[in-house]
Ligand binder design. Structure first.
Ligand code: 3HC
Ligand code: NAI
Length: 686
């Protein structure tokens, strides 16, 4: 880390550097260094103002998150810095380039003014870590801008671009060119006066009241702080904020979210050894303009990548073009995208009718029918056409990547890129490493995931990879629960109350019941000793494929709203009778435990087989691909929280129930219990 000071035209410029993100670390002396500089400048004469700037395109990503786990009192050191800045004898302007988040933004809020370049990204994302802005943000922001807007930023963690930040009154000016030179010029020409508090007490109270029904502990604490901002002097509000922040640090929600923050970044760095060096990919050619191909193409052009789309089916490319254009148009209508940016993105998309004549690409993504003979044709063609060094990727969800790689003479360059639908929205990307995929190919695919703003997680080859393989066991339990006494709405409600974004029956209705049906047909042949309930098959036989046809587990008489259907309830009850099962009352607790512990058990097998590198990678898959509650950190984290002996003891109890065969505890779980270990210890050693 480095803090330096220069003086230009009676303006003291304090500039700080602490790679990679200028986190306000106490341990490395950055905060102390800044405080010392502020003191020293305040002792100088012949100064008119101070410019405070970060470096290398970053103002600051906020407090150093890693330090929260150690010495809590350290944050007081940052708070003292912010107070020094606020009390500075000379006015201070924060010159913001790039990210200005959390404590970084609170440092800027303690300044007299804030100016930023067009690349400034400003926000208070603490809530995403289960925290509140604990360095004055809850007190200063509602005093600076409209309190409702301030609250929304804190409650959602939304990050604003420079334009929006200026519009709401956070930025006093947008600087073109060098941020420091621009800040000095602005100081000398704007004639700006220090801000006066704009928020009347009643406005703050009204804003708090309007958002009174928030759920999370962090959100509730944010409301309490902002309420204090409306009724108490700044110093008292700051004291309340500090107390509530410190309390949140130990909350299970914040611990889980901070674990997930680290887990995502660790997942992005698979242990690939010295050969795992990524190379940049500039262009992509997607084969197949169906559901996935269209979504992937949209994700690519949104991320600034030169994209070609190929599909031999008559009309498929036209439909693809129309779908992509209308997706972007919706963004324009919602004012999330300018018309100009829409045009720029659409111009990145080229349609290919003759593959032989297509421009060579760095990456080819196959998203054709899930049929091995079609994939064979495609990969043989790619092997012939693609330039040397290009990556050949398959989006297959169930086929064996090693077999696909065998259709080429370059299996080292073949990788799975398993996108989730809708591919332009879902953040997860499973990067599938085949037996012969080279470390450089995996590294390149992971770097590409980051480039297209997806969370990459490496998975080995197995049916379903990490996510769908575990999900199959979760679904199997859901179906057995239906047979034993639960109804779809009861299962969904139990899991949704527990925190899942959507219960399994609603998920299946949304995804389409036919997808699972084809998997179950295959399983009946491959795994006759692992039966499923017939209930979902009966739905499919009735043509109830889910939301897309107005009926599945639920009825959809008005679009997307799932309405419990007495016909399905009766069908389920009759089915139980037909197979001789006496239905019983099933508690929410049993529903949750059976579904979640099924995930944990299969997750342990996946780890044992080396399909996932670490328990935390599995957690990331579930958080970013399956709507697992962020406050619970992921299934493997949840297993540790409950305690592995308790989890296995419940599994043994479930083994006594109907279909108890599904509850063989995974050997890894038993080993960990014997060694008094847990998944967290495995993470630490991975
Ligand atoms: N503290 C410590 N380390 C941080 C950090 C932080 N605030 N923010 C990022 N890092 C680390 C990451 O862990 C990663 O480390 P690694 O290289 O060892 O994996 C490295 O910086 C680069 O981060 P990313 O891979 O995420 O880089 P990106 O360029 O994709 O994103 C970012 C940069 C937008 C700054 C993103 O990292 C981010 O969102 N960071 C968190 C911001 C945040 O939540 N700030 C609030 C902190 S809490 C706070 O300030 C409390 C205050 O109110 C008192
Ligand atoms: P889809 O049936 O919607 O689209 C497939 C497209 O491929 C069709 O437009 C077809 O004309 C085209 N096609 C057929 N042969 C081709 C060839 N030789 N060259 C180029 N295009 C060809 O299928 P969908 O759902 O998009 O799935 C595609 C792949 O993605 C499958 O492997 C599937 O398993 C996988 N996948 C699907 C997910 C989903 O939710 N639908 C999720 C993740 C992966």
């Amino acid at each position: 880390m480095h803090v330096d000071r220069t003086v230009q035209q009676r303006v003291a410029i304090i500039r700080f550097t602490s790679p990679p993100v200028n986190a306000l670390s106490i341990a490395n002396g950055l905060v102390a260094g800044l405080a010392a500089e502020i003191d020293q400048v305040n002792a100088l004469e012949n100064i008119d103002a101070i410019v405070l700037a970060g470096s290398a395109g970053t103002f600051s990503a906020g407090a150093d998150i890693k330090e929260f786990d150690h010495d809590r009192s350290r944050l007081d050191v940052s708070r003292a810095l912010f107070e020094r800045v606020a009390a500075s004898r000379y006015p201070v302007v924060a010159a913001i380039d790039g990210t200005c988040l959390g404590g970084g933004f609170e440092l800027a809020l303690a300044c007299t003014w804030r100016v930023g370049t067009a690349s400034a990204r400003i926000g208070l994302p603490e809530v995403t870590l289960g925290l509140l802005p604990g360095g004055g943000g809850t007190q200063r922001l509602p005093r600076l801008i409209e309190p409702g807007a301030a609250l929304d930023l804190m409650l959602t963690g939304t990050i604003l671009d420079a334009d929006k930040a200026a519009r709401v009154g956070i930025l006093d000016a947008i600087i073109a060119g060098d941020v420091i030179a621009g800040a000095i010029e602005w100081l000398q020409t704007s004639g700006a006066q220090p801000h006066r508090e704009v928020s009347a007490t009643s406005k703050i109270a009204a804003a708090v009241h309007a958002r009174g029904d928030v759920r999370g502990v962090a959100q509730r604490a944010i409301l309490a702080c902002v309420e204090a901002a409306g009724t108490l002097p700044l110093a008292e509000g700051l004291a309340i904020e500090a107390r509530l922040f410190d309390g949140l640090l130990d909350s299970p929600e914040s611990l889980a979210r901070r674990y997930a923050f680290a887990a995502r970044r660790i997942a992005a760095r698979p242990p690939l050894g010295v050969d795992g060096i990524a190379h940049p990919l500039q262009s992509v050619l997607i084969l197949g303009a169906g559901t996935m191909g269209i979504g992937i193409a949209t994700a690519m052009i949104n991320a600034g990548i030169d994209t070609q789309l190929f599909d031999p089916l008559d009309g498929a490319l036209d439909r693809g073009q129309r779908t992509i254009a209308s997706t972007l148009e919706r963004e324009v209508t919602k004012q999330r995208l300018s018309a100009n940016e829409r045009d720029v993105r659409l111009a990145r998309l080229g349609m290919v009718t003759d593959l032989e004549a297509a421009r060579p690409a760095d990456l080819y993504i196959e998203a054709v029918f899930e049929d091995l003979s079609v994939k064979k044709d495609v990969f043989e063609t790619l092997d012939r056409l693609a330039p040397e060094g290009a990556l050949l990727a398959s989006n297959t969800s169930t086929l064996n990547l090693d077999v696909i790689a065998g259709f080429t003479k370059r299996p080292a360059d073949v990788v799975g890129l398993h996108f989730f639908s809708p591919a332009n929205i879902m953040p997860l990307l499973e990067v599938v490493r085949g037996a012969k995929t080279s470390p450089a190919t995996v590294a390149t695919a992971m770097a590409f995931a980051k480039r297209i703003r997806k969370q990459g997680v490496v998975s080995g080859v197995c049916d379903g990879f990490i996510g769908n393989r575990m999900f199959e066991e979760y679904l199997r339990q859901s179906y057995f629960l239906l047979e034993e006494g639960a109804l779809p709405q009861q299962i969904d409600q139990a899991l949704e109350r527990w925190g899942m974004a959507m219960g399994p029956c609603r998920v299946l209705d949304l995804a389409g019941q036919d997808i699972g049906w084809s998997v179950r047909k295959r399983r009946a042949l491959e795994q006759p000793d692992r039966p499923y309930s017939r209930i979902p098959d009966m739905l499919c036989e009735m043509g109830r494929f889910g939301q897309k046809c107005g009926a599945g587990f639920y009825r959809y008489s008005n679009g997307r709203t799932a309405e419990p259907d007495p016909e399905i309830d009766a069908l389920i009850v009759a089915h139980s009778a037909a197979i001789g099962v006496t239905r019983r009352a099933i508690s929410e607790e049993e529903i949750v435990e059976r579904c979640i512990y099924a995930l944990i058990n299969e997750g342990a097998r996946i780890l044992d087989e080396g399909i996932a590198y670490r328990p935390s990678d599995i957690d990331v898959v579930y958080l970013d691909g399956y709507g697992f509650p962020a406050d619970r950190g992921g299934p493997m984290y949840e297993a540790d929280r409950v305690g592995l002996p308790a989890v296995v003891s419940r599994m043994r109890a479930f083994a006594q129930l109907r279909q108890g065969w599904a509850w063989q505890p995974a050997p890894l779980l038993l080993e960990l219990i014997e060694q008094r270990g847990n998944f967290s210890a495995l993470n630490a050693s991975a």
